[in-house]
Design a protein around this ligand. Structure first.
Ligand SMILES: [Mg+2]
Length: 145
């Protein structure tokens, strides 16, 4: 059997997986969007999962402490990669899943737009209308290729 490398799938944090719970100024939890934990559990069997935020390390670590860290083999913040757009080649990822179209649009200019999955932001009208659409979208792409 050919030794097929596990694909590396990167996720954005905010509004992609959920949102931090903020009490006054302190982060006191993380609110996962619908189906998120189950999705990450399924994906980690077949993929190496990476978390990539353009927020700083301290913010990322606070969020990771609320049940996120177990899913990700690697995490990247602004402190490690200060960049205006997330170029998947920089972290050797096969895919980036992000609620921001910006990264996809920049990637398309470099001919690698097909490695980006743009999903509806958590809490957006589109998400409110169909809270599990983002999951269908991600699994449709990741399990078809
Ligand atoms: Mg985001």
């Amino acid at each position: 059997m050919p030794d097929r490398k596990r694909k590396r799938v990167a996720f954005d944090l905010d509004e992609t997986l959920g949102v931090p719970v903020i009490d006054d100024v302190e982060i006191t939890g993380f609110r996962f969007r619908e189906g998120c934990v189950e999705l990450l559990r399924r994906l980690r069997n077949d993929f190496d999962l990476i978390l990539w935020s353009v927020s700083n390390r301290s913010y990322l670590d606070k969020n990771l402490a609320f049940g996120l860290s177990e899913f990700f083999r690697e995490t990247y913040s602004w402190d490690e990669i200060a960049t205006g757009w997330k170029d998947v080649r920089r972290i050797d990822a096969d895919f980036l899943i992000d609620d921001s179209r910006h990264h996809f649009e920049e990637a398309a200019k470099h001919g690698i737009g097909d490695r980006y999955i743009v999903i509806a932001p958590y809490g957006s009208p589109e998400d409110f209308e169909n809270p599990t659409l983002w999951i269908e979208q991600i699994e449709g792409i990741l399990f078809e290729r």
